[in-house]
Design a protein around this ligand. Structure first.
Ligand code: 6PG
Length: 255
């Protein structure tokens, strides 16, 4: 499949980048409703960057522009910690988005990365995704939007440079040990990310400028810069950047 050109949104700062992502998210839900689709399937990113986006969705004016009742919330990756641990991606989403929106617990699908048997837990999460998320044209679950972040090393979700999981093409969710972190993670794999209708990648901060430039450079080494692989799927990929992280990107201007 030919690589799809990503959309690049360059905001003046991190808060504005988060707001632009939140606005685009609401536009997706509005388009779905106009097309007669009342249910929406979203996977949330971890890390710290998405918090400004999540919080913008819980406050006026954006809060008043969508109905969260039709949304089912999933996660693109998770650390192997309990849900109330400060490092939990679920915990970040619960504090900054899901609880403030009053999302019912049966609409929230936490990645069970704190279970003892992580291989079985990953398989169960995959089975649940396959059973709940509408199947797209390529026979895989097609999320409406998967939010993702980017590490300064070019990782996205928990797909890190040099990881065997980068080449996983059968399992849609995997648990694996991240040698650079000395810890286990659970993550969606590229086939599931590629099947999403849209990928919203949020990256801000000067420390990631080299990674963003490398990832967006056509033909870059995807084993070294894993997020470069996102372009190989059928998803419409949109990057939400701030000026600091975009300083090495050719089209350097707030849009
Ligand atoms: C995670 C994320 C990971 C994150 C990047 C960026 O679990 O950590 O899924 O991919 O998006 O590491 O993290 P920051 O937003 O904290 O810079």
């Amino acid at each position: 499949m030919a690589d799809r050109e990503p959309t690049i949104v360059i905001a003046s700062d991190a808060a504005e980048a988060g707001r632009r992502a939140a606005e685009s998210f609401i536009d997706v839900l509005s388009d779905n409703v106009e097309a007669g689709r009342e249910r929406h399937f979203i996977a949330l990113a971890g890390g710290s960057t998405p918090e400004v986006c999540y919080r913008a969705l819980t406050e006026p004016p954006l809060r008043d522009r969508f109905d969260p009742a039709g949304v089912e919330w999933f996660f693109s990756d998770e650390r192997c910690v309990p849900p109330d641990h400060p490092d939990s991606n679920f915990g970040l989403a619960r504090r900054s988005l899901l609880a403030p929106l009053g999302v019912a617990s049966d609409r929230i699908h936490r990645m069970p990365a704190d279970e003892d048997d992580l291989t079985s837990a990953a398989a169960h999460y995959e089975h649940m995704v396959r059973s709940r998320v509408p199947i797209g044209s390529n026979g895989l679950p097609a999320f409406d939007v998967i939010f993702l972040g980017l590490g300064a090393d070019g990782h996205t979700a928990s797909l890190f440079p040099g990881s065997p999981a980068l080449g996983e093409r059968h399992h849609l969710v995997k648990a694996h040990r991240i040698e650079s972190h000395g810890a286990w993670r659970m993550t969606m794999t590229f086939p599931l990310l590629w099947a999403a209708r849209r990928l919203f990648v949020l990256a801000t901060g000067a420390n990631k400028a080299e990674a963003v430039a490398a990832v967006l450079l056509p033909g870059s080494d995807a084993n070294r810069w894993p997020a470069a692989t996102l372009r190989e799927g059928s998803s419409a990929v949109t990057w939400f950047l701030d000026a600091d992280v975009a300083r090495l990107v050719e089209r350097h201007r707030p849009t």
